[in-house]
Design a binder for this molecule. Structure first.
Ligand code: PMP
Length: 339
């Protein structure tokens, strides 16, 4: 029986590819969106959460009845909370105090314990989400620190699932793969698999906020959430996560906030696809790449989560206005003709 699963965890992955047809006007290469927002927890991070837990169970660092600890304001916390709920673990998720009440409520709805700490502190500060999560894991009996940034099971989730899915769904015809870089797990793992099975033919392209240091930016802040690498003013070093394997990437497209938000809104209004701005940034990069390609090429681009998480941001005109993305006259959006 197709699409019948024995548990929520078994329903992770197997996401559809959806062809873009209107934002691709004038482009002859087919562009398909990998719809990761259709995962049970609403994001691509369900894959990494499930894999990291399975690996920790396998090597004995997480035992029955144990405690899963992670520091994240994002989708990984939800993914881990789902795995914890389904497999009978306690989950403690450390989040910065700027995290939206909706996200806190979602974590608690799955039964996770939420610890709120200071936001905007340097990575070396004991109050920083990752530092605090590490300490809680050290001090809690039976606890295991998931540590998605440096956990090899994060990219491996995509070597084992996302990559093979895309290869099978396209009958091996995929020629270009594009994804945003957060921890780097998605782009590195999927990219490594696609390169291996295509004998190096598939081009792997990262989508990165303009000022992020992955693509050579100065590390100054940007609006698009969950991707890129910025520098906290108190932290001199620019340490990239071990989950990011830059050697897998052939190129990085640097995308401005404006371009990412315009693409995000265009996907909703012209394709009926409500995705987050990391997906919008990836689609902006994919369209740039696809403009130089022909009908024999096939582009796959990842939409990591749903736009429902950002209705009060990128889809809210007042937010756009407050943050300088619209001029005073709302009938003349400066986001260009895509909106
Ligand atoms: N977009 C969203 C919405 C995410 O939550 C994440 C995970 N941080 C990413 C993109 C980046 O994925 P990865 O960590 O696998 O690079």
């Amino acid at each position: 029986m197709e699409h019948v699963y024995e548990s929520a965890l078994d329903a992770v992955g197997h996401t559809p590819l959806i062809r873009l047809s209107r934002v691709t006007d004038g482009i002859s290469a087919p562009v398909y969106l990998k719809a990761e927002f259709l995962n049970p927890g609403g994001s691509v991070k369900d894959r990494a959460a499930r894999h990291m837990v399975r690996a920790a169970e396998h090597d004995g660092t997480l035992r029955p009845g144990g405690v899963i600890v992670e520091g994240t304001s994002g989708n990984t916390g939800i993914g881990l909370a789902i795995v914890a709920a389904q497999r009978g673990y306690r989950a403690i998720v450390v989040v910065p105090d700027k995290t939206s009440t909706d996200k806190l409520a979602a974590l608690r709805a799955y039964g996770a314990e939420v610890v709120v700490t200071a936001s905007g502190v340097s990575r070396n500060d004991p109050a920083h989400v990752s530092q605090l999560a590490r300490r809680i894991a050290e001090e809690t009996p039976g606890a295991w620190f998931a540590n998605q940034y440096d956990n090899p099971a994060n990219p491996q989730a995509h070597v084992d699932t996302t990559g093979p899915e895309i290869w099978a769904q396209t009958d091996g015809r995929v020629t270009h793969y594009i994804a945003g870089i957060g921890t780097g797990g998605t782009v590195s793992g999927t990219g490594a698999h696609l390169k291996r099975v295509s004998d190096g033919r598939v081009r792997v392209i990262g989508a990165d906020p303009e000022s992020s240091t992955y693509g050579g930016g100065d590390g100054s802040p940007y609006y698009v959430e969950s991707i890129g690498h910025y520098l906290h003013p108190d932290t001199a070093d620019d340490v990239w996560p071990l989950s990011y394997h830059s050697e897998v990437l052939d190129a990085i497209e640097r995308i401005s906030d404006r371009e990412a938000i315009a693409a995000t809104r265009a996907l909703a209004r012209r394709e009926g696809l409500l995705v987050g701005a990391s997906g919008g940034a990836a689609v902006a990069a994919a369209l740039r790449v696809a403009r130089g390609l022909g009908p024999d090429d096939l582009v796959v681009v990842v939409a990591p989560d749903s736009g429902r998480n950002y209705l009060s941001k990128y889809f809210d005109d007042d937010w756009l206005l407050r943050n300088g993305f619209l001029d005073g006259d709302r009938t003349r959006p400066v986001l260009g003709d895509l909106v």
